[in-house]
Design a binder for this molecule. Structure first.
Ligand SMILES: [Zn+2]
Length: 262
């Protein structure tokens, strides 16, 4: 029996003589699908079976595997943006989307956010740093890693100008509590349990953005601006470090993004 599903291709890998193994992100979860002959020059599904393509995939199931039979492109994000930085960012976001999605688990929010982000990259309607950081904060929230951003984890203060994001313990620390914790000494790089202390400074604007993005509905998540370059640097660094430390991995596509960005 044939089935059909809308999905976004996160990965494509050559397999067999001229086939492709596709990783497709759908609202119902992430899955693998084989596209017979997709690498052949005579294939009718070449444009459908390309990374960053959002399409309607018709498939059948056989031997516990999914096989593409036909389909149509709904939106093509390939060649979306001639800038290397845009393509590098799209690759990184796709890898993160893969990491935070699972098979047979509702992925509707991850799919919506990934499509929104790719759309913004394609249209270049938001700066790359903003698309990237929003996606990272969203991913941390989706994976259940986002810390309590209401106030200092130690004294509860909510408005105190400068805060520090305690990456490993997942919370905020105000400058007073940080001083108390450290005494007159500088903080040891490792605490008693051998966990590395990673404390990232956040000014009031950067923290306001973190709070906003972590609570905003997907369609409003990009609707803010941050003009100060210093605040932007705090915000971006916190979003990236927090996500990477909690996913416990790095991404080659992220290294590449940083290379082409600078
Ligand atoms: Zn405090």
């Amino acid at each position: 029996m044939k089935k059909a599903v809308d999905g976004l291709i996160l990965r494509e890998m050559p397999t067999g003589e001229s086939d492709k193994l596709l990783t497709v992100l759908t609202a119902e979860g992430r899955f693998l699908m084989t596209a017979k002959g997709a690498r052949s020059s005579r294939s009718k599904v070449t444009s459908l079976c390309t990374i960053f393509t959002y399409g309607n995939f018709e498939y059948y199931e056989k031997n516990d595997r999914r096989w593409l039979s036909s389909g149509s492109v709904l939106e093509n994000f390939v060649g979306m943006n001639s800038e290397l930085e845009g393509i590098a960012l799209a690759s990184y976001l796709s890898q993160v989307a893969y990491e935070i999605s699972e098979e047979n688990i509702d992925c509707s929010e991850v799919l919506r956010m990934t499509l929104n982000a790719l759309h913004l990259i394609k249209k270049r309607s938001k700066p790359y740093w903003q698309i990237k950081a929003v996606f990272e904060v969203f991913s941390a929230v989706q994976s259940g890693y986002i810390p309590d951003l209401t106030g200092c984890a130690s004294c509860g203060a909510e408005e105190r100008g400068e805060f520090w994001l305690d990456v490993m313990n997942g919370g905020l620390l105000c400058a007073d509590c940080l001083r108390k914790r450290a005494g007159n000494l500088s903080l040891p790089e490792f605490d008693e349990e051998g966990v590395r202390n990673i404390l990232l400074p956040l000014d009031a604007s950067a923290l306001a953005c973190l709070r906003y993005v972590s609570e905003a509905p997907i369609e409003r998540a990009f609707a803010f601006s941050l003009t100060s370059e210093e605040s932007r640097a705090y915000f971006c660094r916190a979003a990236e470090s927090y996500l990477l430390h909690h996913l416990e991995r790095g991404f080659d596509s992220l290294d590449f993004y940083h290379q082409v960005k600078d």
